[in-house]
Design a protein around this ligand. Structure first.
Ligand SMILES: [Zn+2]
Length: 50
């Protein structure tokens, strides 16, 4: 079972994984994002956010 709420690493917002606008895998971990903007920012430079 996935965790009930996850934290968007870009903006720090807590979101429901089912409602995430996007996901990205980095360093073997899956990250969830509240919006495409956060997703794109993370993908462009993931090391900044982890
Ligand atoms: Zn966000």
């Amino acid at each position: 079972m996935p965790p009930e709420m996850v934290e968007d690493p870009v903006c720090g917002m807590r979101i429901d994984p089912d409602d995430a606008a996007g996901t990205a895998e980095y360093g073997g971990k899956l990250y969830y994002f509240c919006s495409e903007t956060c997703h794109d920012a993370f993908v462009a430079n993931p090391a900044t956010y982890v």
